[in-house]
Design a protein around this ligand. Structure first.
Ligand SMILES: Nc1ncnc2c1ncn2[C@@H]1O[C@H](COP(=O)(O)OP(=O)(O)OP(=O)(O)O)[C@@H](O)[C@H]1O
Length: 306
């Protein structure tokens, strides 16, 4: 039921700022695709171009082979949560969704269904102005689901949700993908995507850095190193280096060893009678892979004068 989103050489310039630069990627149905990048990387701009809210300076982006503008029945084709605050605070949640349903020719019964789905039934008659950010996110998700669309876009949907809300939203995204929909979710935090996305499109400064499965992405950062603390670090270094390992002596007296497994380090130390006080395997995390890959692309970084 889902449709492929295809960006080809997509570019957006604002004056001299290039927000999105020759970005090409595709988002497939049936999996949750995370859209990851540091602040200012161009995620919101890209999502707005997918929805036809911003016109590209160059390149194209299509849903099911067509620009969004050419797709009739808006919300029934693509449901989106762009900015949870972008709602009329004086209205009730139910009135807000009812107005959206009416203008998109969506049956009224969907309003009750989506309110239920996002857990807002008991708050449906309250003014949105009094909602917490988490409740507004739920309302925005309800609006995205209203037209039962095959394609769903969410911009930073986890912002403001409590831990229970985060678990719920992850379950919902997986369910929507399992139903065969196309689910594209932006975030600037790798940790948020780790248990949310199956596939990743990673950008920095408007350019594509990676487009691959979460497993492939994780493998980039999966350089294992072994931390060893030895009674005689110099002796250990000599033994391990002779076996082809690279050994880095740290200030705290420990050694970071790459190129040998912890088991092999232990065997060699035993054979050469080097006493060990500590032996730990460190696997670099997804977060490290993300930081390393985006380091050259971060728009705003602490300690950087621009
Ligand atoms: N309307 C605009 N006019 C001028 N510059 C803009 C406009 N919208 C976005 N930009 C610039 O384009 C770049 C990308 O912004 P965008 O909001 O798409 O990034 P983002 O990845 O969504 O960031 P964040 O995670 O901070 O929301 C930024 O440098 C931003 O300042």
């Amino acid at each position: 039921m889902g449709r492929v989103i295809e960006a080809h050489e997509l570019t957006k310039r604002y004056g001299r700022t290039t927000a999105v630069n020759a970005l090409s990627f595709s988002v497939r149905p049936g999996v949750v695709t995370g859209f990851l990048g540091p602040n200012g990387a161009g995620k919101s701009t890209t999502l707005r171009m997918i929805l036809g809210l911003n016109a590209p300076t160059g390149g194209t982006v299509t849903v099911d082979g067509r620009p969004f503008r050419d797709l009739p029945r808006g919300l029934r084709h693509v449901g989106a949560l762009l900015d949870a605050h972008d709602v009329h605070g004086g209205r009730s949640a139910r009135a807000h969704l009812t107005a959206l349903a009416r203008s998109n020719a969506i049956p009224r019964r969907r309003v009750g269904e989506v309110l239920d789905e996002v857990g807002l039934t008991s708050a449906a008659r309250r003014r949105i102005g009094g909602f917490s950010l988490g409740m507004k996110q739920r309302l925005g998700i309800a609006a995205a689901l209203l037209g039962d669309p095959p394609v769903l876009l969410f911009d930073e949907p986890l912002n403001g949700l409590d831990p229970e809300g985060v678990l719920w939203v992850r379950g919902l995204f997986h369910q929507l993908a399992a139903e065969g929909r196309t689910v594209f979710v932006s975030s600037h935090m790798m940790t948020e995507m780790e248990h949310t996305a199956d596939h990743l499109v990673v950008i920095g400064r408007g350019e594509l850095i990676a487009a691959e499965s979460l497993t492939e992405f994780a493998a980039r950062g999966a350089r294992q190193s072994v931390t060893v603390r030895a009674a005689d670090p110099a002796a250990l270094t000599a033994v391990l280096s002779a076996e082809g390992a690279s050994v880095e002596r740290r200030e705290d007296g420990s050694c970071a060893v790459t190129g040998l497994s912890a088991a092999r380090v232990s065997e060699l130390a035993f054979e050469h009678r080097v006493l060990l006080h500590e032996l730990t395997t460190e696997t670099s995390t997804l977060e490290q892979a993300f930081m390393e890959l985006t380091a050259d692309h971060a728009e705003y970084r602490t300690g950087e004068s621009r």
